[in-house]
Design a protein around this ligand. Structure first.
Ligand code: BES
Ligand code: MN
Ligand code: MN
Length: 458
């Protein structure tokens, strides 16, 4: 074992307590009341990068939350690797469902529970630990290192793309590494080579100028909640197929070889079903669960509200009704195309008696990489060395929009080496990080730097 790998083994307890330190900072990016906490998390990251050995660090202010940058570029002639991650987290609600408070990290049964433990503080930090291990043992890292850790991922990274466009030479590199995804399962390490994109919209339906007594006026006007229900019901058929005209036009078809590869993965529908407490699985006909989640687009309602929602009964015709709707996109759909088609379909379904507005909230592109690429193969070897098993290549249904931006702007491959698990409760109560995965992840991150330094050897 290399000295650096031994170093991360010997420093497990310190790595854990440092992670717990940053997990105590409630850096919830969507909550304006917590902007100061987000800032505090950014400065924690900067300090950690300095202590790890970065020779230059900088906090770039944006219109909202800061971007943290750090670098170490002393590996003459070696490739440069850009490590991306996010220090912001999702809100902790509903708080009453947490066994221990979201921002009081707690260890139970070999897992660390806290908001951000897996998404993404406990993941990006493995690369900082790995980098530090090289500097503290041999004084040099096998690759040049750049860190880009943002604070707006959970709100759609509104300021990151312009930042990347404006800092191409600062961020120039040979490969991007991201740890912000899950392994196939605890026994099956994986490298992710595809992500779905995302387009998020809000639909607001207005009927009258104010709420109405449903006895006095009921029967004489449309109910906007009904109008919204009618619109939404028209977007998908009972079999799960999206009815928006042209929605599937640009979808890249899975090849026979890809479908065969997916069928070889150790997936079980009954385990998938029971792990989420579903009565039955449901989705587009003609596709398997993994095909539906990884390679087919969806349209979902993320929230729907309007009218009386308190206890008991209130006889009212609400003046307005609302829904948050998002579409997961796959190659070669584009957010622009899909938002336009869905908006048009909604307007067309809307009864004349209501005003409907559709507002675009944020979007990100899907991403798909060739598994044969040298950087992905290097990651595969690194994971094998740490986890003792050759990883499988998987795709993910979730989205990390900046990965497509790296592809387009920096023109380099991305390697997604995630150490999460699908039951880590991301965005939900009792988010956790498996500590075996954390410790082995630190070792995989050490090996990754070595493997990326010599991508064609071995
Ligand atoms: N880390 C997740 C994405 C993810 C999770 C990918 C698990 C694969 C497996 C990321 O922080 C996230 O939550 N992304 C959002 C999109 C973003 C634009 C708000 C998502 O996928 O909903
Ligand atoms: Mn994330
Ligand atoms: Mn997330």
């Amino acid at each position: 074992m290399s000295q650096a790998a031994a170093f991360v083994r010997e420093n497990r307890d310190r790595h854990l307590s440092e992670l717990m330190e940053v997990l105590r900072i409630p850096s919830v990016s969507t909550d304006p009341a917590r902007a100061a906490e987000v800032k505090r998390a950014a400065s924690w990251v900067k300090t950690r990068l300095i202590r790890a050995g970065c020779t230059r660090t900088e906090i770039f202010e944006t219109k909202r939350h800061p971007i943290v940058y750090g670098e170490w570029l002393k590996a003459k002639g070696a490739p440069t690797v850009l490590f991306y991650g996010h220090y912001d987290v999702q809100p902790e609600d509903p708080v009453e469902l947490w066994t221990t408070p979201a921002f009081q990290p707690t260890i139970r049964d070999g897992r660390l529970y806290a908001r951000g433990a897996c998404d993404d503080k406990g993941q990006f930090i493995i690369h900082v630990n790995a980098f530090e291990a090289y500097l503290k043992t041999g004084g040099a890292c096998p690759v040049n290192v750049k860190f880009l850790i943002e604070g707006e991922e959970e709100i759609g990274s509104p300021n990151l793309e312009p930042f990347i466009e404006g800092h191409k030479s600062l961020l120039a590199c040979d490969a991007v590494v991201v740890s912000d995804t899950a392994m196939f399962d605890k026994k099956t390490p994986s490298i992710v080579h595809g992500l779905r994109g995302l387009s998020y919209i809000q639909v607001d339906v207005r009927g009258t100028s104010r709420d109405l007594h449903s006895g006095v006026y009921g029967g004489s006007v449309i109910n906007p909640a009904f109008a919204l229900a009618h619109i939404i019901a028209g977007l998908k058929d009972a079999k799960g197929k999206v009815k928006v005209p042209g929605f599937y036009d640009k979808v890249r078809k899975l090849t026979a070889a890809e479908r065969a590869a997916l069928r070889k993965l150790p997936h079980s529908d009954s385990r998938w079903k029971s792990s989420i407490g579903a009565k039955l699985l449901f989705g587009e006909a003609g596709f398997t669960t993994l095909e539906r989640v990884w390679a087919r687009p969806t349209l979902e309602i993320n929230g729907i509200w309007g009218g009386f929602m308190g206890e008991g009964a209130k006889t009212v015709i609400p003046a307005e009704a609302h829904a948050k709707i998002s579409m997961r996109l796959v190659p070669n759909q584009t957010p622009k195309e899909i938002v336009a088609k869905v908006t048009k379909a909604i307007k067309k379904l809307a009864p004349k008696s209501v005003d409907v507005t559709v507002t675009h909230i944020h979007s990100g592109e899907s991403w798909l990489a060739d598994t044969k690429h040298a950087a992905l193969q290097a990651a595969s070897r690194a994971v094998k060395r740490a986890f003792g098993k050759t990883p499988v290549f998987t795709r993910e249904g979730g989205s990390i929009p900046v990965v497509a931006t790296f592809d387009r702007v920096l023109k380099v491959p991305s390697v997604l080496m995630g150490i999460g698990l699908h039951d880590d409760n991301l965005h939900a109560p009792n988010e956790k990080l498996d500590l075996d995965n954390f410790y082995l992840g630190n070792e995989a991150a050490v090996h990754l730097m070595e493997e990326l330094a010599h991508p064609t050897q071995r």
